[in-house]
Design a protein around this ligand. Structure first.
Ligand code: ATP
Ligand code: MN
Length: 462
């Protein structure tokens, strides 16, 4: 039987004959002529100890190739392990080196490497403990996201990646073109997008929301979960040029219900990951961030604080703190403000709502006060904003007026306006940045380590 190490460690009973595949993490030789190989196959954090004797078939001729990073096929008998920290070990009867890894040049040696260095070898970093664990947590969180929405009968909608509309009504999009830019630069001063592939300027999407609204107002509650692109030149630890976003959209829903759903959603995903990735989560807590488990349990066990943006600004103005960026009503909160509120003032996640309309996109529902819109941001410790959402403007005349105020041409959004023209309904939704969630779950400092192959300014290797 061919097995994976997770099953071997967790469930299989001693006495069975097994074949395993994996990569050597370490090898130690005893004076008695035994070799102890720590084998890992990525199915779990823990390795399986393989015990090899001089008489093990294949060992003698291949033993000099059994070094860190080499891939093996091992057959043997599973036995109870006398050593501590493991239930079972494999006593090899046959060993085959499938691929050697020259110890002189293998970049991922046993010693601890910096995350910066590991980013340069992103093709090998998933073989390390940390990046294997991150990959499994990403996987578990993805499954939890689908479970959460599927069990509530939300439809998973695939919104387009190439778009000709700009969701936020602001720039910072990657252009998609087949035009010969080098040639155009030589002969024209202006680009004629009518000649381009789609007959007009196209970009990579910054959000699937507008299209999700189409399905929400047709087939009911839905969600998207896909890649999103922002060409913002922000070299921070929480921004990527390509990231994954989860965007539920719900008809017959107001801001209050939206906040409840966001809170329930975050708690559900955290609980699922704590339950299904216990070994990886202990690793993060011990080796990456000593407070991560405490923070997550605290999030799951307490109600989120909900306060209007205006109240948050008052709290920040009264805070005994020198801000790098001044706090002023009508301005976006900076990361330092968000983190103060959630980490120090409330010491738990908070949901800010009713933001000034001047700093929010056109599609958010206008409040009666004429100054604010029904926006909400969920802020969590260590990250700051993890979710941004709103109740959408469902009134045709108000939406059109808002578009003009934002210097957008309603004609470009004719189909979006049709949703208000025909059978409009109150609706709401939000967007969760998946990699920020992974940062929260793992305690990793830099968002570049929370996605397999990060894309940031000047970096799109692998
Ligand atoms: P921020 O102010 O932090 O840059 P935003 O307000 O521009 O974020 P939204 O447009 O509200 O972000 O997007 C919804 C969510 O997507 C955010 O709450 C965040 O979790 C995530 N997100 C936004 N931009 C990025 C990015 N560049 N990299 C990773 N995640 C992002
Ligand atoms: Mn936002």
């Amino acid at each position: 039987m061919v097995a994976r190490i997770k099953d071997v460690r967790d469930v299989l009973e001693p006495g069975q004959t097994l074949t395993l595949h994996g990569w050597v993490r370490t090898r130690r030789d005893s004076k008695q002529g035994l070799s102890f190989i720590e084998l890992n196959d990525g199915s779990c954090l823990g390795n399986l100890q393989i015990i090899v004797e001089g008489t093990t078939e294949g060992f003698e001729d291949q033993q000099k190739h059994i070094t860190t990073g080499a891939s093996l096929e091992v057959t043997g008998e599973l036995k109870e392990s006398p050593g501590k920290g493991q239930r079972v070990e494999l006593h090899a009867t046959k060993i085959v080196v499938l691929g050697s890894a020259d110890p002189e040049t293998y970049p991922l040696q046993k010693k601890r490497h910096t995350f910066e260095y590991l980013r340069e070898i992103a093709h090998l970093r998933p073989r390390s403990n940390t990046f294997g664990a991150i990959a499994r947590v990403r996987n578990a969180a993805s499954a939890a996201i689908h479970n959460f929405f599927q069990s509530r009968h939300f439809l998973y909608v695939h919104t387009p990646i190439i778009t000709t509309s700009d969701c936020e009504g602001a720039g910072q999009m990657f252009r998609v073109t087949t035009l010969d830019l080098a040639r155009i630069a030589q002969i024209q001063t202006e680009i004629d997008y009518a000649q381009d592939f789609f007959g007009k300027a196209a970009s990579l999407t910054v959000s699937g929301q507008l299209e999700a609204e189409i399905y929400a107002t047709s087939t009911g509650p839905c969600y998207t979960f896909g890649p999103t692109f922002r060409a913002e030149n922000s070299n921070t630890t929480r921004h990527l040029a390509e990231f994954w976003m989860v965007e539920p959209e719900i008809p017959f829903f107001d801001l209050q219900a939206n906040m409840e759903l966001a809170e329930e959603f975050i708690k559900y995903v955290i609980s699922h990951v704590l339950e299904t990735c216990a070994e990886d989560m202990d690793f993060f807590n011990q080796r990456i961030e000593k407070t991560v488990l405490e923070t997550l349990k605290n999030i799951v066990d307490h109600d989120f604080e909900r306060i209007p943006y205006t109240t948050a600004v008052e709290i920040l103005e009264k805070a005994d703190r020198k801000w790098e960026f001044p706090v002023q009503w009508g301005h976006d909160l900076q990361s330092e403000h968000e983190r103060y509120l959630t980490e120090e003032h409330f010491k738990k996640p908070i949901i800010l709502f009713d933001y000034p309309r001047t700093i929010k996109p056109f599609y958010m529902r206008c409040n009666e006060d004429g100054k604010t819109v029904r926006a909400m941001d969920v802020l969590v410790p260590r990250i700051g904003e993890i979710i941004g959402g709103s109740q959408r403007e469902e009134r045709l005349d108000v939406l059109e007026a808002r578009m003009k105020e934002c210097h957008l041409d309603p004609e470009d959004y004719w189909w979006y306006l049709d949703l208000r023209r025909f059978g409009t309904v109150p609706h709401a939704g939000f967007g969760l940045g998946f990699e920020r969630l992974i940062q929260l779950l793992t305690g990793m400092q830099n968002i570049r380590d929370c996605i397999p192959f990060p894309r940031t300014p000047k970096n799109a290797e692998f």
